[in-house]
Design a protein around this ligand. Sequence first.
Ligand code: GTQ
Ligand code: FE2
Length: 371
Amino acid sequence: MTSEPPPARVQATDAPGQPEPTPRLKELYRTFEQHSLIPLWTEIGGLMPPQPAPAAVPHLWRWAELLPAAEESGELVPVGRGGERRALALANPGLAGRPFATATLWAAIQYLNPGENAPVHRHSQHAFRFVVEGEGVWTVVDGDPVAMRRGDFLPQAGWHWHGHHNRTDTPMAWIDGLDIPFQHHIDATFFEFGPDDVQTRATPEHSASERLWAHPGLRPLTRLRPTPATPLLAYRWEYTDRALAEQLALEAEGHAVTLEPGHAAVRYTNPTTGADVMPTLRCEFHRLVPGTRTAVRHEVGSSVFQVFDGRGEVGVGEATWTVERGDLFVVPSWQPLTLAAETGLDLFRFSDAPLFERLHLHRSHQEGHDS
Ligand code: GTQ
Ligand code: FE2
């Protein structure tokens, strides 16, 4: 699923079982081209590989390089109507210069200077923000201002108006995740400009969405109908951190509650369904205790990880990297993944898994097990 030009036609003699490249056959191939026809027999290896063969490659972007690039953009590039956002997309080197982290996922670092506003717009793409450091920006979703701080996860489902404003005297950076490449490839994209300024400059501690929805196990009787995306606009670090700490504490007390020994994990969910926060994006948080190494896993679909805290070693496909706070890496489809914690290691993860599950295309494999 990329928009690259098609590869040059394989010559008749390149693939096994091909006919002799006689002048007559060459003439036939020219006829195919003239009539916009392509034979399956020259294409089948690329189109129907025995297992996923993603064009996207395993890749790491270091926070120590991303943040200065965003800061310099903050000095040189204004933010406003048209360009919409001062966001730098992670462009997978396997994806032909497109601003796509994987075949389906967009990941970017976004940056706002003190007093700046990112104008209001809405789009069919599902989005979220995740904050690895800093605070001071409010993202205003359908008029509801939502504070952004370290560790917070802020989903923004498609077709809701949103703008961002920095109300403090320090710049702020965060990461955006969206399903832009997916919606681009399937031609499902809609976009609309809103007012040039943000809808409100209010800076409440808690958004209306949190006041209505952020009470575990409790649901307003006026909101019993399931919605395809979460109505809760902020999942605060305080709760994520506590949920992970309690899993590990329970494990230490002998309860089998972790994903594997020393590996606690939670998924952000839609409180109206218990399913993923948005129809196209799965978002999770993982915590490894020092010295933990995960089993090697393969999964259909792709993921982006950001290191929230700690140091560790990551293996994706053939690549291994030492990672630290803020670093981002991608796991293309079916590439083996293993995570090893040097110190305690906290990782935010997002993926396109809901698409594959919905279409019954999901598969995973853990080396040593089947699932
Ligand atoms: O903040 O609204 O990184 O619309 C890409 C597209 C951020 C946003 C991105 C967007 C936004
Ligand atoms: Fe947006």
